[in-house]
Ligand binder design. Structure first.
Ligand SMILES: C[S@@+](CC[C@H](N)C(=O)[O-])C[C@H]1O[C@@H](n2cnc3c(N)ncnc32)[C@H](O)[C@@H]1O
Length: 283
C-alpha cells in the first residue's frame, strides 16, 4: 500500500523540489508526492517522504536528487504546441533574421535555444520549421541548443524516438513522412534533423555559463512553475543572453510584464514575442 504523505512530508519535499529546480508544486501536491515518489521511498528504505528528502540532501546523493527532479517535473509537451509561435518563426522571424544576418560577419549563423525542452518535441518542431524555410540548411551554421533539468527528458529527446500517439499529437502528417522514419517503439526523427540540435541537461536556476548568445530563445511552460522572483531573475538572464536583435518566446501565461525596461512585446501570427530594447521592430 502507498505510504501517505503528512503535512510535514509535503513541506519537506516541496522545499527540496523548489530548491533543486525552482518548481513550486501545485495544490494537489500531497497526491503528487505519493504517486510519484512512493516507489523511491520503498527503494531507499525510507520511513517517510521527509526522510527521503533528507537523504537526497546528503552531499553524496546527487543521483537521488536527479531522480526526484525527474519524477516531480511535469514534462507535458507536444509537437508544434500552440502552433502560432512556429508560424511567427516561419513567416516573420526567420525571414527577418536572414535579412539582418546578411549584413553581419556571420551571414549564415543562427542560434536558437529551447530552454526547458522536455522530451524534445519543441526543439524538433523548431528544426523542422527551419528545414522548411532554408532548403540548403546543412550549408548553414545552425545550432539549436535544447536543455532541460530532467535527465530522463533529455535522454528521450536525444534518441528522438516517439510512440505513434505522440507523433499523432500536433504533427502534420506530411512532416511525419518527411522527417521521421519507422523505428522500434514508434517513429524516430531523421538524423538530418537530429544533427541540428545539441541536447544538454541544464538547470535554469544556475548561471548560463558558456552558453553564448542566441537569436531566439523559446522558454515556454517552464517559468509558470517558478515563484515570481525566480521568473524575473530568469527573464533578466534571458535578456542578457539574447542578441541585440533577438526574440524571446514564453508561454501565454508567462509574459515578462514586470520587465518592461528589458523587453517590449510584438504580435505576429497571433503570437506575442518579446524583444530586447534597441532591437529593430518588425511591425
Ligand atoms: C511542461 S514542460 C514544457 C516543455 C516545452 N517547453 C513545451 O512548452 O511544450 C516543462 C519542462 O521544464 C523543465 N524544467 C522545470 N524546471 C526546470 C529548471 N529549473 N531548469 C530546466 N528545466 C526545467 C521540466 O523538466 C519540463 O520538462
Amino acid at each position: 500500500m502507498q505510504l501517505a504523505a503528512s503535512a510535514t512530508d509535503v513541506e519537506a519535499v516541496s522545499t527540496l523540489v523548489s530548491e533543486l529546480c525552482g518548481v513550486t508544486l501545485g495544490a494537489s501536491k500531497g497526491y503528487l508526492i505519493e504517486a510519484r515518489l512512493g516507489e523511491l521511498v520503498d527503494r531507499f528504505h525510507c520511513g517517510s517522504y521527509q526522510e527521503l528528502a533528507n537523504q537526497a540532501r546528503s552531499l553524496m546523493n546527487d543521483a537521488l536528487r536527479r531522480e526526484i527532479v525527474d519524477k516531480m517535473t511535469t514534462n507535458e509537451t507536444l509537437f508544434f504546441r500552440d502552433r502560432s509561435p512556429f508560424e511567427a518563426l516561419q513567416h516573420k522571424i526567420i525571414p527577418h533574421l536572414i535579412d539582418a544576418k546578411e549584413k553581419t560577419a556571420y551571414p549564415t549563423r543562427l542560434r536558437i535555444w529551447s530552454a526547458g525542452c522536455s522530451t524534445g518535441q519543441e526543439p524538433y518542431s523548431i528544426a523542422m520549421t527551419l528545414s522548411e524555410m532554408i532548403p540548403d540548411i546543412h550549408d548553414w551554421d545552425i545550432s539549436i541548443f535544447a536543455t532541460d533539468v530532467s535527465d530522463d527528458a533529455i535522454k528521450t529527446a536525444s534518441t528522438g524516438v516517439y510512440a505513434a500517439h505522440h507523433v499523432e499529437r500536433g504533427l502534420p502528417s506530411q512532416f511525419r513522412e518527411k522527417y521521421f522514419q519507422p523505428s522500434t517503439g514508434g517513429w524516430q526523427v531523421t538524423d538530418a534533423i537530429r544533427s541540428l540540435i545539441r541536447f544538454q541537461r541544464a538547470n535554469l536556476l544556475e548561471p548560463f555559463t558558456g552558453f553564448g548568445r542566441f537569436d531566439v530563445i523559446f522558454c515556454r511552460n517552464v517559468a509558470i512553475y517558478f515563484t515570481p522572483e525566480r521568473r524575473v531573475d530568469l527573464f533578466k538572464r534571458f535578456a542578457d543572453s539574447l542578441s541585440a536583435d533577438g526574440y524571446l518566446f514564453v508561454g501565454s501565461a508567462e509574459a515578462p510584464s514586470d520587465l518592461t525596461h528589458r523587453f517590449f512585446p510584438e504580435d505576429h501570427c497571433r503570437s506575442t514575442v518579446y524583444r530586447p530594447h534597441g532591437s529593430t521592430s518588425l511591425t
